[in-house]
Design a protein around this ligand. Structure first.
Ligand SMILES: Nc1nc2c(ncn2[C@@H]2O[C@H](COP(=O)(O)OP(=O)(O)O)[C@@H](O)[C@H]2O)c(=O)[nH]1
Ligand SMILES: [Mg+2]
Length: 403
C-alpha cells in the first residue's frame, strides 16, 4: 500500500529536518511491505521551515511539500489529505506532528496494526502503556483528560480511549474518501474529533488503539490556544445534534406522539369497536384480549407510527444509507413492516393486557403505551433497523437474511 505521512508545520525549523531524517533514513526502511512517503504541509512559516524541506527534497524522492496560507491546523490537514489522496494516490494517511511529541519510531507500529486488518489505528495516550507528558501542569492534563472523556461520552464512543489523539493512521478507500472534508466543523484542532467521528461512527471503521507516549515538546513552541479547547467542546456538541442517535431519538419522540394520539383517536371514535365486538364470545376466556377494542386500537396506532418512523428514518436518520427508488422504497417498507410486526404485537399485547387488568381508561392506555414503547419497542426497533433495514450491523450467521 501507499502510505503518506502528513506532517503539518508552522515554525518548526528546529524540528522538521531531524524528523524527515529519522523517518526516511531510519524508520521507513524498517517498513518493508509498503511504500512510505511524507507530505509536509507548511503554512509559509516565516522561520524558513519550507527551506529545510526543499533541501531534503533535492536528495530524497520520498518527501513532498505543500504550501498554503495559515488558516489553522484543520485547514492545513484537509489540504494535505486531499493532496495525498488525489495527487499521491494514498491508500492510507498518517497524521503526525513535526515536534517529536509523537515518536517517529511509533509509525511502524501503526502500520503493523493496519496490517492486522484495521481501518483506523489510533496512537492512544489513555490506554495501558500510553501516557501524556509528566511535565505538563495539572490544568493541561485535566483539560486533555476531561475533553477526551466528554467527547467519548457525548458521541457514544466509549470503546475508544483517546478521541483527541493527533497521531493516527486512516485508510482512504471507504473511509477518508467518504469524510466531508469540505464541511468540517472546525478549521483548527477540533477537526480531529470531527474526522474521527465520521470514520468511526458513520463509516463503522474497525479501530485499533496502539499505546503511545506523548512526549514533552523540547524545541519550538505549541500553537494551540485557549479558544481551541472551547471549540473542541462546541464541535462535540454539534456532532451530537447531527448524530444518528440524536435523530433516532427525535424520530422516536415524533413516532411516540403519533402513536399516543392515534390510540386515543381510534378509541374515541370507536374505530375498532366492531372488531373487538366480533370477539366478544371470548370475553372472560384466556383470549379475552382479542375482544378489547383498545388492544386493536393500540396495534393500529403502532402501525401509523411505523409509517412515520420509516419515512423520517429513511430520509433523515439513515440518510447516508437511504433508499431513493420508489419500488425499492416500497419493498423496503414492506420489509420494514415485517420486522416491525413485533412492535405491533407488543403494543397489542401490553395495552390489551393492561386495560384488561386495570380498566379501559385513557390513563391506563397511555401509561401502558409509555411502558411498552420505552422498555420493549425502542430496543427492539433499533436492533431490527440496524440488522435488517439499513444493515449497519453485520451479524454472523444471518448473512443470508441481510442481503
Ligand atoms: N500547517 C500548519 N501546521 C500547524 C498549525 N498549527 C499547528 N501546526 C503543526 O501541528 C503540529 C502540532 O501542533 P502543536 O502546536 O505542537 O500542538 P500541541 O502539540 O497540541 O501543542 C506541529 O507540527 C505544528 O507545527 C497550522 O495552523 N498550520
Ligand atoms: Mg505539539
Amino acid at each position: 500500500m501507499r502510505i503518506i505521512v502528513i506532517i503539518p508545520t508552522y515554525n518548526e525549523v528546529e524540528n522538521i529536518g531531524k524528523m524527515l531524517d529519522v523517518l526516511t533514513r531510519e524508520e521507513f526502511p524498517k517498513i518493508k511491505d509498503h511504500s512510505m512517503k511524507i507530505l509536509v504541509v507548511d503554512d509559509n512559516s516565516p522561520d524558513g521551515t519550507a527551506d529545510v524541506v526543499r533541501k531534503e527534497m533535492k536528495i530524497n524522492q520520498n518527501v513532498e511539500l505543500l504550501l498554503g496560507s495559515k488558516q489553522g491546523l484543520g485547514v492545513a490537514y484537509v489540504r494535505g489529505m486531499k493532496y495525498a489522496m488525489k495527487k499521491m494516490n494514498a491508500d492510507a494517511v498518517i497524521e503526525l506532528d513535526a515536534d517529536f511529541q509523537h515518536d517517529p519510531r511509533d509509525v511502524k507500529r501503526l502500520v503493523a496494526a493496519m496490517d492486522e486488518g484495521y481501518d483506523q489505528v489510533i496512537g492512544s495516550r489513555y490506554i495501558k502503556g500510553g501516557s501524556i507528558p509528566k511535565e505538563w501542569e495539572f490544568y493541561r492534563k485535566f483539560i486533555s483528560w476531561g475533553g477526551n472523556l466528554f467527547a467519548r461520552v457525548v458521541l457514544l464512543m466509549f470503546t475508544l480511549h483517546d478521541a483527541t489523539s493527533g497521531f493516527k493512521l486512516t485508510k482512504v478507500k471507504g473511509f477518508l474518501d467518504h469524510v466531508t472534508l469540505n464541511r468540517l466543523l472546525s478549521k483548527s484542532y477540533a477537526y480531529k474529533i470531527h474526522i474521527l467521528y465520521e470514520i468511526v461512527k458513520e463509516r463503522s471503521a474497525r479501530v485499533k488503539e496502539v499505546p503511545i507516549k506523548f512526549h514533552f515538546r523540547e524545541r519550538g513552541s505549541s500553537k494551540i490556544e485557549h479558544e481551541d479547547v472551547f471549540e473542541s467542546f462546541k464541535v462535540v456538541i454539534l456532532l451530537f445534534f447531527r448524530s444518528r442517535f440524536f435523530k433516532f431519538a427525535i424520530v422516536g419522540l415524533i413516532g411516540f406522539s403519533i402513536n399516543a394520539f392515534f390510540l386515543e383517536f381510534f378509541r374515541r371514535f370507536g374505530i375498532f369497536d366492531n372488531l373487538g365486538g366480533s370477539f366478544s364470545y371470548l370475553e372472560g376466556s384466556k383470549l379475552n384480549i382479542l375482544s378489547q377494542p383498545s388492544a386493536w386500537s393500540a396495534a393500529a396506532a403502532g402501525e401509523v407510527a411505523i409509517v412515520s418512523n420509516f419515512i423520517l428514518n429513511n430520509f433523515w436518520t439513515f440518510a447516508s444509507n437511504k433508499f431513493t427508488q420508489p419500488l425499492r422504497i416500497l419493498w423496503k417498507f414492506l420489509e420494514f413492516n415485517l420486522t416491525s410486526l413485533g412492535a405491533v404485537f407488543i403494543q397489542f399485547a401490553v395495552i390489551g393486557t393492561a386495560v384488561g387488568m386495570f380498566g379501559d381508561t385513557i390513563i391506563v392506555r397511555q401509561l401502558a403505551l409509555v411502558g411498552a414503547v420505552g422498555f420493549l419497542i425502542v430496543p427492539y426497533n433499533y436492533t431490527m433497523y440496524n440488522i435488517f433495514i439499513w444493515k449497519r450491523w453485520k451479524i454472523p450467521g444471518l448473512a443470508w437474511l441481510q442481503r
